[in-house]
Design a protein around this ligand. Sequence first.
Ligand code: PLP
Length: 387
Amino acid sequence: MSEQMQQEGYFGEFGGSFVPPELQEVLSYLSKQFYKFKDDPEFNEELRYYLRDYVGRESPLTYAERLSEAWGGAKIYLKREDLNHTGAHKINNAIGQILLAKRMGAKRIIAETGAGQHGVATATACAMFNMDCVIYMGAEDMRRQALNVFRMELLGATVVPVHKGQGRLKDAVDEALDDLVRNYKNTFYLLGSAVGPHPFPTMVKHFQSIISEESKRQIIEKEGRLPDAVVACTGGGSNAIGAFAHYIDEPSVRLIGVEPDQAPSLTEGVPSVLHGFKCLVLLDEEGQPKKTYSIAAGLDYPGIGPEHSHLKVSGRAEYVTVSNEEVLEAFQELSRTEGVIPALESAHAVAHARKLAPTMGEDQILIVNLSGRGDKDVEQVFQMLKK
Ligand SMILES: *Cc1c(COP(=O)(O)O)cnc(C)c1O
């Protein structure tokens, strides 16, 4: 291994921190604080308290009996992140990071958001912890996601429109990083997925690992053994890395990430630096990050977390794509069969599970990570099905 690869924050050749020196200083300090508190018993007791009494953990591992019967083959279990407060896994990470921010003496939280889901989770956590909250959002994204902007404002956040560039997520990230460099003394940047420069991917994985910590214990209680496969959707990769974490060292468990076929970073991406870290990135002919489009706003990102990039290249995890039609079909089938309306993002995982389950034996177990609930998507699906 080269010296660089042994450095903290590298996953094989991926990860690292490619940022200007003044930002590097802030991130190095953040990294020290994270490693100091992550195993601190008092910190973890407080984290457990909020995860239980505010988020509503642990989330159930539901046996999907009718779905298993309908598909034939593996027994399907659903890990129910959709039942968390605010309806998705993002709150796990928001609570973890905000507790760290509090320990570091920050009074002000900033975040970026694309579709608004991470902005809403951050604004929620800030309301409960009485922190000032500033969310940077591309002006174009604000126009398309007016209702989420209102949600964040209801929760007491200030949403700042970013007009620079294309007025999209990337521009909002740049603004948030500028703000952090100017205000690092009282400000904490709460990043929403397992992406960005070190220590963010490691920190986000740490706070999302609760998903597989629970599912491993739950499946052993229910079935007396490990699952044969775990399936999760990947945008930046935070729900998937959380769902995989406690199985990575269990070689009998297949780990499968599912991407939209219109944003296949892991399937077609090449190693490159994006937003301050190295990962597999979709590039256009000019070598620029490709403009992606997904019906699931949370999966619309041309890069992917560095650890997923490494799990892909090393062969430990598999990554596949599904089409919009397959996703819409899965969205409806899970609703009809189990009474669970999934987020469009999560429906990607369901869509692949639908293809995989019949190829597995009846004595085999498949866990599908249901990253979020679909209430936010019902109107969009209604419009798409009407056409
Ligand atoms: C944001 C989001 C995703 C995608 O983000 P990851 O970091 O890849 O998990 C997936 N599902 C839901 C419900 C989301 O809100």
